[in-house]
Design a protein around this ligand. Structure first.
Ligand SMILES: Cc1cc2nc3c(=O)[nH]c(=O)nc-3n(C[C@H](O)[C@H](O)[C@H](O)COP(=O)(O)O)c2cc1C
Length: 315
């Protein structure tokens, strides 16, 4: 237990193994573009970190509409990893990443690929810039060589992928777990055994919506990924389970809409949090989360926000 916090000086820095963040508030991949889009609303340099939109080797146009649908307390998306591709990232997006990195915000690349080799190529290419602080492997992608099963739901594929990417970089390696598994703690253990430094979770849940009048699915891809408040209790339970299973730091996400939600993730065992869907609803949510966490620490006399991690008092 740290000394009681006095005045306004709460230490907001967090250390996630090899990744140091000036504060624990990040933005989740795919909900914050490359950071540039939100500049008019607030200075993204206040963030501890940004998970960039997924990058693939070639540009991807994404899926056809409808590909976003609002559900009661959540959002369904089937964007389909739309992104500019790695070369255009270097031409057009990297300068802003460099600017933010220069101000101490950890710019984390989210990597998506359908083969182990493509993941390796992405890392190899990104090693040529010094503005990337860490790699987050989006393991919710189907492996085309292994018949389309997802890296993140097949323990053998997951181990193979993480072990293959690990030697390609000394930067922190984050594995972002898929929630649709029987035992998420086991997937975390496998990732850490194979070389992951940090676990982030959760990604969206496979889900669908139907228009009964038309007797048709709403999304053009029939199914999509569910995010937002609807998934928060499940995400909390998974963060809590992973915290018991592995010794590496956790970045928690899934339905964080305000500082209270963020505090819950920290108490459950996360060392940092990422705001996702909330960026579409109230784009200044990350600012409010940061201020709210600071205030919470003051009120509860925590000198360091890092003291909240896993501080849940069990009945
Ligand atoms: C529109 C949209 C696009 C997303 N794109 C990605 C992506 O490219 N890569 C990834 O790993 N996760 C992606 N995600 C998942 C989020 O990063 C996050 O894990 C998930 O939405 C849960 O957090 P939330 O409930 O706060 O949104 C996306 C989510 C949404 C809503």
């Amino acid at each position: 237990m740290s000394a009681p916090a006095t005045g306004t000086n709460v230490d907001m820095q967090v250390t996630l193994g090899p990744l140091k963040l000036k504060n624990p508030v990040m933005t989740a991949s795919g909900t914050f573009g490359y950071g540039t889009e939100y500049r008019e609303l607030y200075d993204p340099a206040i963030l501890g970190g940004v998970f960039l939109k997924a990058l693939t080797m070639a540009p991807r146009p994404g899926n056809k509409p409808w590909r976003i649908y609002e559900t009661p307390s959540g959002m369904l998306n089937s964007i389909g990893l739309q992104n500019v591709g790695i070369e255009e990232f270097f031409e057009k997006k990297e300068p802003f990443c460099r600017e933010l990195a220069g101000k101490g915000t950890a710019m984390c690349a989210n990597l998506a690929a359908q083969t182990v080799e493509e993941f390796q190529q992405l890392v190899e290419r990104l090693e040529t810039t010094d503005c990337i602080a860490a790699y987050e492997l989006n393991v919710s992608c189907p492996n085309v060589k292994k018949g389309g099963c997802q890296f993140g739901t097949d323990p053998t594929l997951l181990r193979e992928l993480v072990a293959a990417v690990r030697p390609g970089t000394k930067r922190p390696l984050i594995v972002k777990l898929a929630p649709q598994v029987t035992d998420v703690a086991e997937m975390a253990r496998i990732s850490v055994d194979a070389g992951a430094d940090i676990i982030s979770l959760i990604n969206t849940f496979p889900a669908m919506a139907i228009d009964a009048e038309k007797r048709r699915p709403i999304l053009a891809t029939v199914t999509g990924g569910l995010s937002g408040p609807a998934i928060k209790p499940i995400a909390l339970r998974m963060v809590y389970a992973v915290r018991q299973a592995v010794d590496v730091p956790i970045i928690g996400m899934g339905g964080i809409m305000n500082w209270k939600d963020a505090a819950e993730f920290l108490l459950a065992g996360a060392s940092a949090v990422a705001v996702g869907t909330a960026n579409f609803v109230h784009p200044t949510t990350p600012v409010e989360v940061l201020e709210g966490l600071q205030d919470y620490c003051r009120r509860h006399r925590y000198a360091r926000v890092s003291d909240l991690t896993g501080a849940l008092e069990l009945p």
